[in-house]
Structures are given as structure tokens and as C-alpha cells.
Design a protein around this ligand. Structure first.
Ligand code: ST9
Ligand code: ZN
Ligand code: ZN
Length: 327
């Protein structure tokens, strides 16, 4: 049963000594969670079969419908859980928050409340033992391995000091947490299976396997931001941190692969510089809602600030990865 979040107390501020950097990847014993290995295993086998069915017998209507769901779910993570709720990079009126919580549920990456807690911790203690998906432990751990084992004690200990008061006070997010199983289950799995059956004449088997395929693809795209975008790429803004700019990840993750920028300026609603919208469908989405007044107080960073930071701590490359690298 989802915990009651109505009575969460405001936790006292993190003591100064807690701000010391956590160890990066101290030796640890992994406590494997077999239930997750089974569910992830089942989801991946079903997705593979779904891919086969998509190539052989699914209708084009189902495939186009699934791609639209894929894009909407991605927006539910990028514009909702990530830029709005975790980073408060802009504000959203109630109707937009409701749209976003529905799209976020379509992505089912835990409840948005838990997502925000993990992601705020990820930014505060990036690539240390207090980061839930510490990339210092390598590609597999940061990609998916962290979801197959119990969390590191440092994550739970330091996570208690993350300020979540805005999130626990948000009625839209409390609703999603309170009704997590029926609400997320219906939006992420039941409707995406029933709609192709009812409207496109799909069999239950094909509709289900393709719904799972869409879900698994969404997951891996998000996982790549935690793994590839912390491991392989250039660092135009801060060469001392692990997060990188990754064009391939930006391409598939709706603009979220400009990750060196994002870790340096996490409050920028564009998560990338120059006001450009290339590969950044999320920014286009937020700009559209800003035009009709449902998104407001969009935060960004001035070009001067970006340039001076790049000159001071960057690796000499530009946001696209061109230029001579400094050490
Ligand atoms: C999924 C995760 O949904 C996906 C995350 C992706 C993130 C991507 C980020 C990318 C950034 C940019 C955006 C890109 C977007 C791209 C778009 C394209 C789509 N602080 O967790 P539990 C404490 S996977 C403080 O069970 P265990 C707390 O007391 C799919 N405290 O820990 C908690 O109790 P409560 C679906 C914390 O037992 C208690 O510990 N999901 C924190 O170690 C127990 O928490 C799954 O399959 C914290 N941060 O288990 C579920 N964390 O919550 C996967 C925990 O009551 N997860 N505590 O307060 C699990 O099964 C478990 O979490 C576990 C760890 C096995 C991994
Ligand atoms: Zn990151
Ligand atoms: Zn972030």
C-alpha cells in the first residue's frame, strides 16, 4: 500500500558535516532483489516478442499510437518529474500539472515523488555512494543495476536531508502516490493495451507485448541519461565532473543528453544552452505552454554566465563536442 504522505514532517536541515563529499565507490556487498530481476526479465522478454510482433503482425495504427505514447511518456518525465518537479525550473498551473502527472504515469518510473527524491539526491551527491545510480560503479550499475539491488546506506541516510517540502505539499503528486497502483497501472499498461484492441482490432497478445515494448524503450532512454551521459562525451562547462554532453542521448531523450550543462546549471528549464531547441522537444513543449500562460516563471542562464563558466572550468569544447580539449 502506498504510504500516507499527508503526515510527512519537515525534516530538520542537513547538518554542515553532512555536506562533505560521500565516498565515490567504496567496496560494497550487493543485496540482490530477485523480484526485480524477475519483473525486469519478464518485461524484456515480452518487449523482444513485442518487437517481433511489431515487425510481423501489428497494424500501423498500433505502431503509430505506441510511438505517440512513447513521446508523451518521455515528456511526462522530462517536462514533469525532471524540469518542473525536481528542479523547479519553471512553474505550472494546475491544468498543466494534471496533464503532466498523467503523462508521467504513462512512463511509470516509480511515483514522481520518489523520482524527485532520488533525482535531487543524484544532483547533490553526483557519482558518489549517496547517488542512487552512482556512475563511478560503471555502465551497468548506473543504467539498470541500481534497480536490481537494495540502495546504498548513504543514499538512505543522506536522502533524509533532501528538502521535499514542496513536493509533499503538491496535491497532484500526493494523489498519484496515494493511488499509485490503480492510477499508474491503468495509464501505463491497461489503456495502452485496450485501445489498440478496441480501435485497431489487435489481439490481446499483440497489444500487450507492444505496450510493454513501448514501456521498456522509454525506460532505457531515461536510463541512458544516468549511464552514457555520465560516461562518454565532452565537458564544455565543467571538466571536473563526470556528466558529459552526449548528442546521441539528447537525440533519443528529447534534449536531456546535454548533461554536463545540466549538472552545472540544473535550474535552466532548457537543460541546454543558447536557447536552441535542436533535439530539445521538451523545451518546445514548455515554450508552447508558456505562450498560453499555463507555464510561467521559466528560469534560464544568461549567455555571459555560460561563457564565463565555460572559460573558467570547461574542457575547451563547445556544446556540440567541437573544439580543442584542455586537460
Ligand atoms: C524506475 C526508475 O522507474 C527510473 C529512474 C530513471 C531516472 C532517470 C533520470 C534521468 C534524468 C533526466 C531525465 C531523462 C529523461 C529521459 C526521458 C525518456 C523517457 N532518499 O526504494 P526503496 C529509504 S524503474 C531518502 O524500496 P530499497 C526510504 O525510507 C521502473 N530515503 O529502497 C524508503 O521508504 P519510503 C519501475 C530513501 O529497499 C526506503 O528507503 N520501478 C531514498 O533499498 C525503502 O526504499 C521499479 O521497478 C532516498 N532517495 O530498494 C522499482 N530511497 O519510500 C524499482 C530510499 O517509504 N525500485 N529511501 O520513504 C525498487 O524496487 C527499489 O527502489 C530498489 C531499492 C530495489 C531499487
Ligand atoms: Zn546526472
Ligand atoms: Zn536533473
Amino acid at each position: 500500500m502506498a504510504p500516507d504522505v499527508s503526515s510527512v514532517e519537515v525534516i530538520e536541515r542537513e547538518p554542515e558535516f553532512e555536506k562533505l563529499v560521500a565516498p565515490q565507490a567504496a567496496p560494497r556487498k550487493y543485496q540482490i532483489v530477485y523480484r526485480n530481476i524477475l519483473t525486469f526479465g519478464y518485461a524484456h522478454l515480452t518487449a523482444l516478442y513485442g518487437f517481433y510482433l511489431a515487425c510481423t503482425e501489428a497494424t500501423w495504427s498500433t505502431i503509430i499510437f505506441s510511438y505517440i505514447l512513447f513521446a508523451l511518456a518521455a515528456i511526462g518525465i522530462t517536462a514533469g518529474a525532471h524540469r518542473l518537479w525536481t528542479h523547479r525550473a519553471y512553474k505550472a498551473k494546475l491544468p498543466l500539472q494534471i496533464i503532466l502527472v498523467v503523462l508521467n504515469s504513462l512512463a511509470f518510473q516509480n511515483t514522481a515523488i520518489d523520482w524527485v527524491r532520488d533525482h535531487r539526491l543524484h544532483h547533490r551527491y553526483s557519482d558518489t555512494d549517496a547517488d542512487p545510480h552512482n556512475a563511478t560503479r560503471g555502465f551497468f550499475y548506473s543504467h539498470v543495476g541500481w534497480l536490481l539491488v537494495r540502495k546504498h546506506e548513504e543514499v538512505k541516510r543522506r536522502g533524509k536531508f533532501i528538502d521535499m517540502s514542496d513536493i509533499y505539499a503538491n496535491p497532484v503528486l500526493r494523489f498519484q502516490k496515494k493511488y499509485a497502483i490503480p492510477f499508474i497501472g491503468t495509464i501505463c499498461f491497461v489503456l495502452p493495451t485496450i485501445i489498440p484492441m478496441y480501435f485497431f482490432g489487435e489481439s490481446l497478445k499483440t497489444a500487450w507485448c507492444i505496450a510493454v515494448l513501448r514501456y521498456v524503450l522509454n525506460l532505457h532512454i531515461a536510463f541512458l541519461v544516468n549511464s552514457a551521459a555520465h560516461l562518454w562525451g565532452n565537458k564544455p562547462y565543467d571538466r571536473t565532473i563526470k556528466p558529459v554532453q552526449s548528442l546521441p542521448v539528447s537525440f533519443v531523450a528529447f534534449g536531456e543528453g546535454f548533461h554536463n550543462y545540466h549538472h552545472v546549471f540544473p535550474w535552466d528549464y532548457r537543460t541546454a544552452e543558447l536557447g536552441n531547441n535542436y533535439l530539445n522537444l521538451t523545451t518546445i513543449f514548455i515554450d508552447f505552454f508558456a505562450k498560453i500562460g499555463w507555464a510561467y516563471d521559466l528560469k534560464s542562464v544568461t549567455d555571459d554566465m555560460i561563457q564565463s563558466r565555460a572559460e573558467r572550468t570547461g574542457d575547451g569544447t563547445n556544446m556540440w563536442g567541437f573544439g580543442d580539449k584542455k586537460n
